[in-house]
Design a protein around this ligand. Structure first.
Ligand SMILES: [Zn+2]
Length: 373
């Protein structure tokens, strides 16, 4: 995330933070190379590296061969010096992911747990976490990022509403009361969008469309999440796709969600989406017809996003995970709809699949740690 320094102390911290960020992208690097990459003076870089080494975040790993003069020391990041957990709460599952400081996924699991606000469920979150963490990892944990399928207030202290979990205006500390680490709460689609932004740090503008059991999304503008006036930006699921169309779970009709939710496809296979795609692989005719119709609606939705925002669109979520294998016809449909050129090249594949929201929530903890201010 972009940060603008306000004074000298801030500049120092920003430089140190940037030094660590840069080191995290390298396996090893020399001080002169690091100075060159960061466009900072040697003494500044040396001071930063010393401080980061003292914090256990960087280590010296030998020296580079010299062509004359003193050998340059080689430095490497200690990526697992700090860890973060992402906890993705959905209607029927809890996903857990462990990431290191570079955002690499060290472990991921997804357990069936039917959501409820009952004490039994909330306590079970702690036991899931305890079972998930291995010895010594707890001490390195920065905290937990919790992804929730709903709209949160600006502070993340209240979940204002979640149709998916069927709860309204709930304090998020209810979720964290049994978790012995600092927690950050986040909307699930924003979390997934944030994970994709992490993978594409150069992306200034990006739209993330989440095609899971509900449809949502995230808008990245100028390298930041755009949240709107009421924190409801990116609720693409409730854009009207078909006037007077199918009933949406939100109570309105014709919403995009009613056509593009993963449930639409999974309805053919008793709620099992993977099985739907198995049928598609077996060239089951009804599955093929459903998929074609789905892609036609999806092409309209994605084209609308491209025309509205003029940037790359990433389609993720449960269905997005299958687009690499089955999304071939979609690009042609997008090219046909594109007003400006015959191309659907702006549609990008997602870097994360089922784990996207958990990863993004965990990365918020990492990002907070890497922030200089
Ligand atoms: Zn709706």
């Amino acid at each position: 995330m972009r940060t603008t320094p306000a004074n000298n102390m801030d500049v120092k911290r920003l430089n140190r933070s940037n030094t660590l960020r840069c080191l995290l992208t390298c396996d090893k690097i020399s001080q002169p190379e690091l100075a060159q990459k960061l466009k900072l003076s040697w003494p500044t870089v040396l001071q930063n590296v010393k401080e980061l080494t003292a914090l256990g975040l960087v280590q010296e790993v030998g020296a580079y061969e010299s062509t004359g003069g003193r050998k340059a020391k080689a430095y490497a990041p200690v990526r697992d010096a700090k860890l973060a957990v992402g906890l993705d709460i959905t209607q029927n599952h809890v996903g857990l992911v462990l990431v290191d400081l570079s955002g690499a996924i060290l472990r991921y699991t997804r357990k069936k747990r039917v959501f409820s606000l009952q004490e039994e469920y909330l306590i079970s979150l702690e036991s899931l976490l305890t079972d998930f963490l291995e010895e010594g990892e707890g001490e390195k944990l920065l905290g937990i990022g919790v992804s929730l399928p709903g709209i949160l207030d600006e502070t993340g202290e209240r979940l204002l509403y979640s149709h998916a979990l069927n709860i309204y205006d709930v304090e998020t500390k209810q979720f964290s009361q049994h978790l012995p680490y600092p927690c950050i709460f986040m909307n699930d689609a924003n979390a997934a969008g944030f994970a994709e932004l992490w993978k594409n740090p150069e992306a200034e503008n990006l739209i993330y469309l989440s095609l899971s059991n509900t449809v949502g999304g995230a808008i990245i503008n100028g390298g930041r999440l755009y949240t709107g006036n009421n924190l409801r930006a990116g609720e693409f699921g409730h854009v009207t796709l078909v006037p007077n169309g199918r009933k949406c779970y939100c109570g309105k009709v014709g919403c995009l969600d009613a056509y593009l939710s993963a449930k639409v496809l999974a309805s053919y296979t008793d709620g099992n989406l993977a099985q739907f795609f198995e049928r598609l692989r077996d060239q089951d005719q009804q599955a093929q017809a459903m998929w074609t119709e789905y892609l036609q609606y999806l092409a309209v939705a994605i084209n609308n996003l491209c025309m509205s925002f003029d940037c790359d669109v990433i389609a993720g979520g449960y269905v997005g995970a299958f687009l690499e294998e089955f999304g071939g016809p979609l690009r042609e449909m997008l090219a046909e709809r594109n007003t400006f050129e015959h191309s659907g090249g702006y549609l990008k594949e997602c870097s994360f699949k089922l784990e996207a929201s958990a990863v993004g929530a965990a990365l918020m903890q990492v990002e907070r740690f890497l922030q200089p201010l």
